[in-house]
Design a protein around this ligand. Sequence first.
Ligand SMILES: NC(=O)c1ccc[n+]([C@@H]2O[C@H](COP(=O)([O-])OP(=O)(O)OC[C@H]3O[C@@H](n4cnc5c(N)ncnc54)[C@H](O)[C@@H]3O)[C@@H](O)[C@H]2O)c1
Length: 388
Amino acid sequence: MYQYHCLNPIADVGLNLFNDKYKKTEELTEAEALLVRSASVHDVEFPEGLRAIARAGAGVNNIPLEKCAEAGIVVFNTPGANANGVKELVLAGLFLAARDIAGGVEWVKSMGADPEIARMAEKHKNRFAGGEIKGKKLGVIGLGAIGVKVANAAAHLGMEVHGYDPYISVKAAWNLSRNVRHTSAVEDIYRECDYITLHIPLLDSTKKMVNKEAFAQMKDGVVLLNFSRDSLVDDEALLAAISGKKVRRYVTDFPNPAVAGQEGCLVIPHLGASTEESENNCAVMAVEQLKDYLEHGTIKNSVNYPNCDLGICQGAVRIALLHRNHPGMISKYSTVMGNAGINVTNLTNKSRGEYAYALLDLETDVTEEALAQLRGIEGVLKVRVIKP
Ligand SMILES: NC(=O)c1ccc[n+]([C@@H]2O[C@H](COP(=O)([O-])OP(=O)(O)OC[C@H]3O[C@@H](n4cnc5c(N)ncnc54)[C@H](O)[C@@H]3O)[C@@H](O)[C@H]2O)c1
């Protein structure tokens, strides 16, 4: 029986996938698997028996990835599960920026039940008028799960779409409409585009990427959309760019004290993934990944260990080894098995940065002595026995 704990509410459609091999526990100390959404686990003390954390969502800055890797805890996220939800809100952001819809709605509200409202609307509506997005240039920075969907949808709406992503995956490239023009210099996006939308992760290299220098290269009256993370934009430089009329509107999904209520800023209370469909997709993906890991050792969509799949165990038992990516590790654990007289029928080893992962299917059951020897190999962080 595997025990799991939820630090945030997780959609039932996902939790219902846990069958009778699983039990929900209210005690983190008993859990082998942990499900989270946005709760921070930076200060959480992980129990010895914890094997995996699944983040039902994309961003993982609420999880200490290296600390988890060192403890042999595999962290998963659910990339792409909320991409359509975010895409739809970005499209709404484009329309909200094209005309002052929000300002217009506020004005109507302020008029209340004034009998003259229809006449007054005709008189005042020009204040809220704008342009159409059709024919305008949209720059999409980051062509991953969300960026590709935004780029394709905007191209369908008649925008001239330019995309920038120096690390674009093959899958994303296959999914990208051929109407999207790819550029290899972000400066082209800054220089050319009427609307710029960010779909990149927050990393040391992308923090405050949209700064004073970036704004200086943009067209006057540009619209910037940020549905990724607020620290991608330098707020001080942004506010200066708004007051200098460089930026006509900043549409963001991330309220913070610098931008909330500011002229030119349209701030949404982080609704990108807040759709029933996104939450369901994330929960289903998170639970399926946890089950596959606990029952088969398969790693898919991890953010701190390599992806690894050996299918269903074909032997008497499967060993999962989480270890440092050091030379000679494969020969060390193969030697332990050989000395114990245990035949390895199937084996795979994958690495990612500092860490590596191996799955070994054994013809016969593993002995306690062999397990102790595996655990004693320098660089081995965790050893797990999976019975088929
Ligand atoms: N508003 C919300 O509620 C919400 C929901 C989900 C995700 N997000 C944010 O959206 C971001 C993107 O999500 P995704 O699912 O598309 O992620 P993804 O990993 O599928 O795509 C990110 C893309 O950014 C590219 N990239 C990385 N560094 C880059 C750089 N310096 N310049 C250009 N491209 C770069 C990568 O190559 C990748 O293709 C996430 O990191 C997250 O912060 C927000």
